[in-house]
Design a protein around this ligand. Structure first.
Ligand code: CU
Length: 200
C-alpha cells in the first residue's frame, strides 16, 4: 500500500468514526422543513399571524388565543405556534375569560387542554384544570382540523396549554400558562424576547 492510499484510508476511517458514513457521494442536504410540512392542510392556517396568537377579545376581560400545532417543524411538529417545552409563556389576569382556537393542520393527531403545569410530566393529562378548558377528546386528538373552546382562568397558578395525545406532553408539546392576580393585561412571552401585550 502506498503512502497516499494509506492516508486516504485513514481520512476515510476518521469520517467513519465521526459521522458514520464513508461514501464518495455526500448524502443529500437534510431539509428539516420537510418533516413538519409534509401533508399540511395549509388553508387551515392561511392568514394567521403572530398577532393572532394573543388578541384582546370583544367583551371586557376576554382574550383570544390561537394555538397552532405543528406550526413549524420544531420538536417534530410537537409545538404550539412553534414553541414547546414551556419556551413560550402566556400570562392571563385571574378571572379573565380565555377563548382558544386550536388548529392542527398536520395529519399527525394533536390536541390541547389546560392542565396544572406539573402534569406536563405525566403520560396522560386527566381532566382540564378549568371547566371547559379542552378540545373534545384530547387523548384521541385530531388532525387536519380546528376546534375552539373557552374557559375562565378562575384561580391564580402555574398551568400549561398541553397536548393531551399520550406522551406528547413528555416530549415537550406544551407552552406555559400563568394565571396571575397582579397581571393587568394578558401577555405572551416567546423565548428570550420581552413579553408583548395582547393585540387589539
Ligand atoms: Cu401533540
Amino acid at each position: 500500500m502506498n503512502l497516499f492510499r494509506c492516508l486516504r484510508m485513514a481520512a476515510c476511517l476518521g469520517t467513519l468514526a465521526g459521522i458514520g458514513i464513508c461514501a464518495q457521494e455526500k448524502p443529500p442536504a437534510h431539509d428539516a422543513s420537510a418533516h413538519g410540512a409534509s401533508g399540511l392542510k395549509k388553508e387551515l392556517i392561511e392568514g394567521i399571524t403572530e398577532a393572532d396568537f394573543l388578541r384582546m377579545g370583544e367583551a371586557p376581560k376576554t382574550v383570544k388565543i390561537t394555538l397552532v400545532a405543528a406550526y413549524t417543524p420544531a420538536n417534530y411538529g410537537m409545538n404550539f405556534n412553534g414553541s414547546f417545552k414551556g419556551n413560550a409563556t402566556y400570562t392571563i389576569p385571574t378571572g379573565w375569560t380565555v377563548e382558544v382556537t386550536f388548529i392542527n393542520p398536520s395529519p399527525v393527531p394533536h390536541s390541547v387542554l389546560v392542565v396544572e403545569k406539573e402534569k406536563t410530566r405525566k403520560v396522560q393529562m386527566g381532566e382540564p384544570a378549568f371547566s371547559g378548558g379542552s378540545i373534545p377528546n384530547p387523548v384521541q386528538g385530531m388532525s387536519l382540523n380546528k376546534a375552539s373552546f373557552k374557559f375562565t382562568a378562575g384561580e391564580a397558578g402555574d398551568y400549561a396549554f398541553c397536548c393531551g395525545f399520550p406522551t406528547h406532553a413528555l416530549s415537550g408539546h406544551w407552552v406555559a400558562l400563568n394565571v396571575r392576580d397582579d397581571a393587568k393585561v394578558p401577555t405572551l412571552k416567546v423565548g428570550d424576547a420581552p413579553p408583548r401585550e395582547a393585540a387589539k
